[in-house]
Design a protein around this ligand. Structure first.
Ligand SMILES: *Cc1c(COP(=O)(O)O)cnc(C)c1O
Length: 376
């Protein structure tokens, strides 16, 4: 079976060169006679891998000296709790901007842990199809929280809110290293790896050192594993890290470097996204759901002309359901997979992460043209 064009929102496609390298080293990595899956994480064969992965994150993201780079487990979802447990410790208050499912879940988790959450802005009024403009955040908050790229809604911040002394926390799970980002503007950044960096299993955390509390200064009852200090003090090796995922991550980082680093990759991403949005904006059969000025380069949800925006699986027009499932089915037969939209948006979603080449986006648009012609 030939490789497909995979538009999955996550876990998502990986660069083919990386997969080939992993395959070549499966039985014997660097003359050790073992796969990285089988190695002790304390071995002299593995330690350089995790060290290089950290060095590559620092290099590609230009991480300032006073920030720690951590590899933890539990996915983006565990960060919703860790952020609250570790940062919500002075006034116990935090500001959240609600831009969709992931931001909302993060706020709910913080509230569950006793943090006093204020939702300072929301785009719920228009089905989360845009990013609210909140240029300045003020107040006695321990931190302010944003989801920088909204994977489900296909929206992305085109600005970084000004927060003064309030540490800004951003979930960059679905846009990490898709663009240049000024790390120094943030107190904490985190990203589950399975969207843009690696297979599932590791979460990248970049945190300003002075924001890492002692374990007993975290919110009461914080488990050892949920304290950033635990991971910071042990080089992300307090317990067994997801070794193989970190090994693939390291290879992906080198692949990004070969492609021009964050700036080079961003240029390609802009080209890919423009190609798709331009087609959508000029089509009378399809339309993009995210508003201009808030659009993600990574996740592009779109509807057909028969679609009702925001229609859920339960409340969906028969025609929409029919045409969308026909689209997804025929696309799959044509080698374009995982295009079904999230149930909260409906329609289709094309995730075009770093590893998706322009050729894949062109193949999608060709298919879309043909499908529109046959079904208008
Ligand atoms: C996928 C995703 C998450 C959840 O990640 P898990 O690793 O599955 O917990 C959180 N935030 C964003 C923006 C995501 O895209």
């Amino acid at each position: 079976m030939a490789r497909v064009w995979n538009f999955s929102a996550g876990p998502s496609c990986l660069p083919e060169d990386v997969l080939k390298e992993c395959a070549a080293e499966m039985m014997d990595c660097n003359g050790t006679g073992q796969s990285v899956m089988e190695m002790s994480h304390r071995s002299s064969a593995f330690e350089p891998i995790i060290q290089d992965a950290e060095a590559m994150v620092r290099k590609l993201m230009k991480v300032p000296e006073n920030y720690k780079v951590l590899f933890v487990q539990g996915g983006g979802s565990t960060q919703f709790a860790m952020v609250a447990e570790n940062l919500g410790i002075h006034t116990g208050k935090a500001a959240y901007i609600e831009t969709g499912v992931w931001a909302k879940k993060a706020a709910q988790e913080a509230a569950k842990l006793g943090v006093e959450v204020t939702t300072i802005a929301s785009s719920k009024d228009k089905g989360y199809s845009y990013i609210p403009k909140v240029e300045k955040i003020e107040g006695d908050y321990d931190y302010a929280y944003i989801c920088f790229n909204n994977t489900i809604m296909g929206t992305h911040y085109e600005y970084i809110p000004e927060t003064g002394n309030i540490p800004l926390v951003a979930d960059i799970s679905s846009c990490v290293l898709s663009e240049e980002l000024d790390v120094s503007k943030f107190g904490l950044l985190f990203a589950g790896a399975q969207k843009n960096l690696a297979p599932a299993g590791v979460t990248l955390v970049i945190i300003r050192e002075d924001l890492i509390p002692e374990l007993d200064a975290c919110r009461p009852g914080t488990p050892t594993m949920l304290a950033y200090k635990t991971h910071a003090d042990n080089g992300s090796m307090y317990n067994t890290p997801p070794c193989y995922t970190i090994y693939v991550l390291d290879k992906v980082l080198h692949w990004i470097e070969k492609n021009g680093g964050a700036a080079g990759i961003n240029k390609l991403n802009v080209e890919k996204a423009n190609y798709l949005y331009d087609y959508l904006d000029n089509s009378d059969f399809y339309r993009a759901t995210a508003e201009k000025g808030s659009r993600s380069l990574m996740n592009v949800p779109f509807l057909t002309k028969y679609s009702v925006a925001g229609a859920t699986d339960e409340v969906v027009l028969a025609k929409e359901k029919e045409i969308n499932s026909k689209f997804v089915k025929e696309a799959e037969a044509a080698g374009l997979v995982n295009l079904k939209g999230h149930r909260l948006v409906g329609g289709m979603r094309a995730s075009i992460y770093n590893a998706m080449p322009l050729a894949g986006v062109k193949a999608l648009v060709e298919f879309m043209k043909k499908f529109a012609e046959e079904n208008k």
